[in-house]
Ligand binder design. Structure first.
Ligand SMILES: NC(=O)c1ccc[n+]([C@@H]2O[C@H](COP(=O)([O-])OP(=O)(O)OC[C@H]3O[C@@H](n4cnc5c(N)ncnc54)[C@H](O)[C@@H]3O)[C@@H](O)[C@H]2O)c1
Length: 339
């Protein structure tokens, strides 16, 4: 049955990479219909609301979202719409796979998955200024919240993910040596959950040492699970292991809704130039296809991406080539036709 999904092209390079992604999905014969909606800066400018009601209603109806990057002003301005969407639909697991696509990079054959807790930690948005002696911004405070419920469901998600995909090992990266309450609770709960998965190798590591080991010897890891902000930072580091943000997709998964996106942002420095690499959003679309049980189409698209990148004549600028987004997309469509 044809599945309708909500598509949010987003800001900056968002519309360019979304166009490319929809072109490839159509060429691959994905059995999807697209309900296009606005969010972010473009929605603020055109509808005076960065998260319009129509967008929320579409997402509530369809329960599956493909989202381009959204610009979030730093410091002042509206709060992150990405965080808002994750909270609204309780998308508690942020799944970020990284895989080597461009040969000749720093490492060959990287195949790792980071699972980031997506609703708690330091990103709950509980923060304020503390005034002192006439200075209303003398200090500022942000609260990290970890619940037993949140730590348990993300740990269990990581083990279930590993088991269902034939992966061998789960690593919890934490800072329980310093943050003994919040990170200590996460660590204790994960240890309890690990007992239910004797078939999966399990370890815990301090987050800073994990960052160093990921750079020195990424092959020692398989599935990694961690708190929200740690996962935000380490997933970008892991994207760096496979050639950068242009190749890093993310799935935000909840019990009854899911949102798929590229890890990268709206890239204002290259927006409108027609040179953005759409691969990350395409790989996110492949995760979406698996989620709606169209895994065969996802395999065909991934094969086409591998073929075009291996051939090397239609790589985008960030891959060391000079193809435009359109030329790269056309090459993918041709590769799909030949498959
Ligand atoms: N999920 C999201 O919607 C999301 C994620 C991260 C950042 N953002 C937002 O995006 C805006 C810009 O953030 P930033 O500049 O820190 O990060 P960014 O990811 O937009 O850009 C970082 C660098 O990577 C390059 N880059 C990113 N994606 C690329 C692609 N597909 N192809 C080629 N090059 C690419 C950019 O040109 C830039 O040089 C900010 O407002 C930020 O809040 C949104």
């Amino acid at each position: 049955m044809t599945r309708t999904i909500t598509v949010i092209p987003g800001d900056g390079i968002g519309p360019e990479v979304t166009d490319a992604t929809l072109t490839v999905l159509r060429a691959a014969g994905a059995d999807l219909e697209y309900d296009i909606q606005q969010a972010g800066l473009v929605a603020l400018q055109e509808q005076r609301n960065p998260l319009p009601r129509a967008t929320l209603e579409s997402a509530e109806r369809n329960r599956v979202i493909l989202k381009g990057p959204l610009t979030t002003p730093s410091g002042s301005g509206f709060r992150s719409i990405n965080v808002e969407l994750r909270k609204t639909f309780d998308l508690y697991a942020n799944v970020r796979p990284v895989r080597t696509l461009v040969p000749g990079g720093r490492y060959e054959d990287i195949d790792l998955v980071l699972i980031r807790e997506n609703t708690e930690g330091l990103y709950v948005g509980v923060e304020h200024y503390i005034g002192m002696q006439g200075d209303s911004r003398a200090a500022a405070e942000s609260v990290m919240i970890i619940t037993r419920y949140g730590a348990e469901r993300i740990s269990r998600y990581a083990f279930e993910y590993a088991r269902s995909r034939g992966r061998k090992k789960v690593t919890l990266a934490h800072k329980a040596n310093i943050l003994k309450y919040t990170q200590g609770l996460f660590l204790d709960v994960a240890h309890e959950v690990a007992k239910d998965y004797p078939d999966i190798e399990w370890e815990d590591r301090i987050i800073d040492a994990t960052a160093m080991q990921l750079v020195l010897d990424p092959y020692r890891f398989d599935v990694l699970v961690m708190e929200n902000m740690f996962g935000d930072i380490l997933s970008d580091l892991m994207a760096g292991l496979v050639g950068g943000l242009g190749f890093a997709p993310a799935g935000n998964i909840g019990a009854d809704a899911a949102m798929f996106e590229a890890v990268h942002g709206s890239a204002p420095d290259i927006a409108g130039k027609g040179i953005a690499n759409p691969t990350a959003l395409l790989l996110a679309a492949c995760m979406l296809l698996e989620h709606v049980e169209q895994a065969e189409t996802a395999v065909r698209i991934r094969d086409a991406i591998d073929t075009v990148i291996q051939e090397g004549t239609h790589r985008t600028v960030d891959m060391g080539g000079n193809a435009t987004t359109q030329e790269y997309t056309d090459a993918l469509v041709r590769a799909l036709g030949a498959a």
